[in-house]
Design a binder for this molecule. Structure first.
Ligand code: UDP
Length: 470
């Protein structure tokens, strides 16, 4: 361990929204206890976040200067791609991160350590997806720590990959052989090929490199002195038990964060909060598919018309690239009708946690990304599940079958979720006897307890902080 007067953590996320956000929330938790954190994004993501927070201020007409955050320094390193590389090419991104990140991080740590001998990097927290960062940490005598953005069930399968490969359960692209499913414990829903975290059926080349990165996770978990996860023991006891060195420290939540401290890649549009203030308690359907999911025009039309058909108020996040990379085109007259009757509000990006914690929200139509899942259940909101890819399908099984806090919106024979199915499921979820809402409120209570003083996640986080400060 390096000699230093004050612990200094270097936090290194994988450059995607669902990875940067929770690691930033964890960094703030640590910084609150007096630990210095240097948070390292790639240059592209760093610029995106700065621009998004500036634009969010313009959107809300808020030009007040906010104080700099204590204890957290934001910095960036190149992601290794050249100007000729396609920014949407995940394959290229992973390849260049693997090849160039250790060198850039090495230089960064060298600069920090030599410029401030009293504030040397004493601990590196790396996303499990980029575990090679821990080699650099060890080289500098810093404690290697891994952070797992997905749930404990996903983590359990990741750590078992090498033995499952040996048993012939996966082919070299990470598909389950013979189309079978994998059961790790009778208390965890079985995994099918399309539910694995590396699954990208539409792009086998990218899936292969995701799988190769996933193959390294086992080594990362062994190398890490601590493994922190955004979950809580009471939520997934069987899955947590399959991860012996996991410290569940979630749910990582942040409903009162200011715009300049948000790590959103898109400007958060606060106008939806004012709009929600004028809606009755428990009346609004919130629809959001995270940062990556995309839809065909046919599917977008069905969703728009299904929401209208439901006759309920809705708040819908429509990213500017939601329609297969382009701006959405709405059915004829849809926007005029829903704005005239006041039932619909559309934003490009919402302050999601503040939305989910708003008393006007009735339910969450979600793609079931792990962050959205844990945010929704921690706010006591029932779900309508609309998974898009990878572990989102497995999270759906937890939501519907294990926790019973939601329903699936099923596809028809053409793979489309029709307007009638959407309306039917909204009605079923909201006009029942409160069964789903009741279960969701029970989970919320457990979540709140786990992060409250002496709760399981609180204790785990304190154990970790005491160790890095010790
Ligand atoms: N999010 C947000 N505003 C939005 C939509 C999403 O702040 O309008 C946040 C959401 O709260 C979550 C993250 O973006 O923290 C998305 O992560 P998730 O794992 O749910 O999905 P992914 O984007 O990785 O598919």
């Amino acid at each position: 361990l390096v000699e230093s007067k004050r612990p200094h953590v270097l936090a290194v996320p994988f450059p995607a929204q669902g990875h940067v956000k929770p690691l930033m929330k964890l960094s703030r938790q640590i910084a609150k206890h007096g630990v210095k954190v240097t948070f390292v994004n790639t240059e592209q993501i760093h610029e995106k976040i700065i621009l998004a927070s500036a634009n969010a201020k313009i959107l809300s007409g808020d030009d007040e200067e906010e104080e700099e955050e204590d204890n957290i320094v934001l910095t960036s390193i190149p992601d290794g791609r050249g100007p000729e590389d396609d920014v949407n090419d995940t394959f290229k991104l992973l390849e260049s991160l693997r090849d160039t990140m250790p060198g850039y991080l090495n230089d960064l740590i060298e600069r920090i350590n030599s410029s401030n001998p009293d504030g040397k990097i004493s601990c590196v927290i790396a996303d499990i997806t980029i575990g090679w960062v821990l080699d650099t940490a060890e080289k500098w005598g810093a404690q290697p720590v891994a952070f797992a953005p997905p749930g404990a069930a996903a983590l359990a399968i990741l750590r078992h990959i090498p033995e499952l490969v040996e048993e012939g359960k996966f082919d070299s692209n990470g598909n389950i052989t013979n189309g079978e499913s994998i059961t790790l414990s009778e208390n965890i829903p079985a995994w099918r090929s399309n539910e694995l975290t590396w699954s990208v059926p539409i792009d086998p080349k990218t899936q292969k490199i995701f799988f190769d990165c996933s193959l390294r996770v086992e080594k990362t978990l062994k190398q890490a002195k601590w493994l922190l996860g955004n979950t809580f023991y009471e939520l997934e006891p069987a899955a947590c038990d399959l991860n012996p060195n996991l410290l569940p420290i979630g749910p990582l939540l942040e409903t009162n964060i200011s715009k300049s401290r948000s790590s959103s890649f898109h400007p958060e549009d606060d106008s939806c909060l004012t709009w929600l203030n004028n809606k009755p308690h428990g009346s609004v359907v919130y629809i959001s598919f995270g940062s990556l999911a995309m839809f065909s025009q046919v599917q977008l039309d069905e969703l728009a018309l299904g929401l209208e058909l439901s006759g309920r108020a809705f708040l819908w996040v429509v990213r500017s690239d939601l329609a297969n990379g382009s701006r959405a085109v709405y059915p004829d007259g849809f926007l005029e009708r829903v704005s005239t009757n006041g039932l619909g509000k559309i934003v490009e990006w919402a302050p999601q946690e503040r939305v989910l914690s708003h008393s006007s929200i009735a339910c969450f139509v979600s793609h079931c990304g792990w962050n959205s899942t844990i945010e929704g259940l921690s706010m006591g909101v029932p779900f309508l599940c609309w998974p898009y890819f990878s572990d989102q399908f497995h999270n759906q099984s937890y939501i519907c079958d294990k926790w019973e806090i939601g329903l699936r919106i099923d596809c028809d024979e053409n793979g489309i979720r029709t307007r009638d199915e959407i309306k039917t499921k909204i009605d079923m979820l909201l006009s029942d006897d409160g069964y789903f809402k009741g279960n969701a409120l029970r989970l919320k209570e457990m979540a709140v307890k786990s992060v409250s003083e002496f709760g399981s996640s609180y204790n785990n986080l304190m154990t970790f902080i005491n160790q890095i400060c010790g």
